[in-house]
Ligand binder design. Structure first.
Ligand SMILES: [Mg+2]
Length: 379
């Protein structure tokens, strides 16, 4: 089989409502798609979405530098293609724009592999389970305590048994008060996760984590800047709670640094940030070698397949407002019943984009982006 054509599309999708965490305000999400056609009539679609700046740069990287190499390659050779393209881009950067661009290509290749084999991705990748647990995740630091409780109550009424809250209020007591209220609401038997979005310094994080330990979180996520590996090791040794991180790490080497420094308990690779499925599976194996749990970040429609194929995988997350269906990019929602997804049998990833709905949001050219923010750091 040979690749005959590669095209990209880019969209800027408004969120249903503004989302605020300890460090960021989001109003839009950008979606870049890579469509790979073959001489056998099979077409693969890969994509990434991002709140950060850089989507158009990644699209340009695909169009100008990566797509020409793909022509006449066999799309089933994902390892050959990933390693060639990553090496070509290494001097420009081994992560970030490079791996975002690679993820759209790599997911499209796996889509073709699945369609060719007649198998859904979760089975093609190994097939551990046919049902995946999922927790309710929301960007909710801007909600009042009552608003937060109402949101969690709504998610409980949908059958979720795990909930992730944002923390990182300037006042530590206010954070703790909100978390206590949610713990009281959900009771002791349900899972509660906390996400600080890299807000604190290491010393501050130790204090905060020790305080938050009383509500028995499954983990505290990204307490400090993701670049600071020794800082995480310090917090893990002294904070009294399990640490989760990985959504901003870009490849297996970033994860290895955390693993061998004993700086993480739950690894959360994002399939888009690490360059796609090919690299994600290596990170999952690395975690398995260290007896660590994987909990994929975001990317619901792909993460559910990954979770179906990774033995050491915990629940995935449904970030309310950011699924393809919530963004208006897909007409068909992922079916979630009582916090469980029954994995589909559709060959490939099975996602069908809603072309007419997307048409009004397409980005042509390379910018500049209007001043209203894609994402804005609260500094
Ligand atoms: Mg997070």
């Amino acid at each position: 089989m040979k690749i005959t054509n590669v095209t990209t599309r880019a969209y800027r999708l408004p969120l249903r409502e503004k989302m605020i965490s300890s460090k960021f305000t989001m109003t839009h999400r950008e979606l870049v798609m890579a469509i790979i056609e073959t001489d056998e009539g099979l077409t693969g679609t890969g994509w990434f979405t991002t709140a950060g700046v850089g989507a158009l740069a990644a699209r340009t990287l695909i169009d100008a530098y990566l797509a020409p190499f793909l022509l006449n390659e066999d799309p089933r050779n994902n390892e050959r293609i990933w390693n060639k393209l990553w090496s070509d881009c290494h001097a420009a950067g081994p992560g970030g724009i490079t791996t975002l661009a690679l993820s759209a290509i790599d997911i499209a290749l796996w889509d073709i592999k699945g369609k060719k084999a007649g198998e859904p991705l979760h089975r093609l990748l190994g097939g551990v389970r046919d049902k995946v647990g999922i927790y309710a995740s929301a960007i909710n630091l801007h909600l009042s305590k009552d608003g937060l409780l109402a949101q969690v109550e709504d998610h409980m009424s949908q059958g979720y048994t795990g909930f992730k809250l944002k923390v990182g209020k300037p006042d530590a007591e206010e954070d703790l008060d909100r978390c206590r209220a949610v713990r009281k609401l959900i009771g002791g038997g349900r899972h509660l996760m906390l996400d600080a979005n890299q807000k604190w310094t290491a010393g501050e994080a130790v204090q905060r984590c020790r305080g938050l330990a009383e509500i028995t979180p499954v983990f505290v996520e990204e307490p400090i800047l993701s670049d600071d590996v020794p800082g995480h090791a310090h917090i893990r040794a002294n904070g009294g709670v399990p640490l989760a991180l990985g959504e901003t790490l870009c490849n297996r080497f970033d994860f290895w640094n955390y693993v061998h420094m004993d700086a993480v308990d739950i690894v959360q690779p994002d399939v888009w940030k690490v360059g796609g499925i090919t690299e994600f599976m290596k990170i999952a194996m690395l975690a398995q070698c260290a007896s660590l749990v994987v909990s994929p970040h975001g990317a619901l429609e792909i993460s559910m397949h990954l979770a179906g194929a990774i033995p050491n995988c915990a629940m995935i997350e449904n970030i309310f407002g950011l699924s393809l269906h919530d963004l208006g990019a897909s007409a068909t929602p992922v079916e979630i019943r009582n916090g469980v997804i029954a994995l589909p049998d559709t060959p490939g990833h099975g996602v069908v984009f809603d072309g007419p709905a997307l048409a009004g949001h397409e980005m042509h050219g390379t910018g500049p982006i209007k001043r209203e923010s894609v994402i804005s750091a609260n500094i």
